[in-house]
Design a protein around this ligand. Structure first.
Ligand SMILES: Cc1ncc(COP(=O)(O)O)c(C=O)c1O
Length: 435
């Protein structure tokens, strides 16, 4: 039905319409559907007691301040905390390089507001994070994309995309959403060199970096870039010159959504001070500032080193769930299907035979009480019909096994092969299936 509002929406919202996938995903909220669709952390790990105690302390000791308006840049001690946190990664920033945001989603939107003119091209990975595409489509961005493989963005295929003159590149180096893959060290180096050669800045989005289950931590791009600037590939990557000014080609984003709780809506941006000042102006028009109360409570929880222990707990649980999912995929999925083996994060990525369409399969999967996100949603310029994203952080191990079995049945039917017999299905080929 037409409404009086329809002719009034701004042109910039034309590319941000609803989609078949979004409509289908609404069905996944039915309680009997096992959903691998959302990017939801495990809620049983939320540190509720720590937050309860911190709320009490904040209200008792600083109640008036906590419930008052505050500065757009963010709560001073929390910004200092981020400075110290970043220093552990080798990023030497000052508080003026840090902006506290209402989730890193807001940081993406702020950067869109600040940087994107209609028709500007943004270079992304293919596939990439849907939330960034949504945020930037509203600023009428266009996308040029470069494929990923098991080592992340294929830097050797970037020249053509770089030649179209993108405004910036958007890169998810760790346990990429949706692909689950991690950018290799060699490619990190190649990427910052290419960014420098073509004069194209990088927005590095790193919500999952701390959730590494195995393998070696790899330095963020912002550190690689600082090494390049310092002409020292072995330095510890201080993105700082003699006057203490954070500079360089990379804006770094992260969040407490996956390490504490997404309902806090608490993220941060690390950038040159002049970029932060511009983002502060842009943020004032959005929400004046991120909740004073939430920032103060989060700081109260974080200040004595809470996160180190807590993140260890999250990693252990997610690693076990990943292993259950990998084993179940091996047991229940028909031959001819491949998937990534993420070293951390929340997602893995499945590739079906070319002839299959995962949007059509989702409909059947929901009938069989299981859900996922069809991969095509993450492709900025079309493609990926035969792919799907599976989340392993939110469901319990038993649900993961049951859900993957249900999905395997649907896929076997689509591929006209018989599902694997039950006795094979119920025999875990991996010891962690017992978890
Ligand atoms: C790659 C990426 N960036 C940003 C976000 C947004 O996170 P936040 O909850 O901090 O807004 C997400 C959330 O899933 C994400 O996967």
């Amino acid at each position: 039905m037409s409404t009086p509002w329809q002719q009034r929406y701004a042109q910039r919202m034309q590319g941000v319409g609803s989609s078949v996938i979004r409509e289908l995903l609404k069905l996944t909220e039915q309680p009997d559907v096992i959903s691998f669709a959302g990017g939801l952390p495990a809620p049983e790990l939320f540190p509720i007691e720590a937050f309860r105690a911190a709320c009490d302390r904040v209200l008792t000791q600083y109640g008036r301040r906590a419930l008052q308006y505050s500065t757009t840049e963010g709560f001073g001690p929390l910004r200092e905390y981020i400075v110290h946190k970043m220093a552990q990664y080798g990023i030497k920033a000052a508080p003026e390089n840090v902006l506290i945001t209402s989730g890193s989603q807001q940081a993406l939107d702020l950067l869109g507001k600040l940087l994107i003119n209609p028709g500007d091209k943004i270079l992304t990975e293919r596939p990439t994070y849907l939330g960034a595409l949504q945020a930037w489509r509203a600023y009428q961005a266009e996308f040029v994309s470069v494929p990923i493989d098991d080592d992340g963005l294929q830097t050797d295929l970037m020249e053509e995309a770089l030649c179209v003159g993108p405004k910036f590149m958007y890169i998810l180096p760790n346990f990429q959403n949706p692909g689950g893959v991690t950018l290799s060290m060699t490619r990190r180096q190649a990427l910052v060199e290419l960014a420098d050669r073509y004069g194209i800045p990088i927005v590095e989005d790193d919500p999952y970096g701390e959730l590494r289950f195995e393998g070696e931590h790899l330095p963020p791009l912002v550190v690689q870039d600082a090494n390049r600037l310092n002409g020292n590939s072995s330095s510890n990557g201080h993105a700082q010159n003699g006057s203490g000014y954070f500079h360089g080609n990379v804006i770094y984003l992260s969040t407490f959504s996956k390490t504490m709780a997404p309902g806090l809506r608490l993220g941060w941006m690390v950038a040159p001070a002049e970029v932060i000042q511009h983002c502060v102006m842009a943020k004032q028009g959005m929400d004046l500032h991120t909740s004073t109360f939430v920032q103060m409570v989060a700081y109260e929880v974080l200040k004595d080193g809470f996160l180190k222990q807590h993140v260890r707990k999250i990693r252990d649980v997610y690693q076990a769930r990943r292993d259950v999912m990998l084993a179940a995929l091996g047991n229940y999925f028909p031959p001819g299907i491949s998937w990534t083996r993420p070293q951390g994060g929340l997602f893995l990525w499945v590739k079906l035979p070319e002839s299959l369409d995962s949007v059509a399969i989702l409909e059947k999967a929901v009938e069989n009480k299981v859900a996922f996100v069809p991969g095509t949603a993450f492709y900025p310029d079309g493609g990926g019909q035969n792919t799907m994203r599976l989340n392993f952080s939110n469901a319990q191990p038993e649900q993961i096994k049951t859900g993957i079995r249900r999905l395997g049945e649907v896929l076997a039917k689509e591929m006209s092969v018989s599902p694997k017999p039950f006795d094979v299905m119920e025999q875990p080929e991996h010891s962690l299936m017992a978890i």
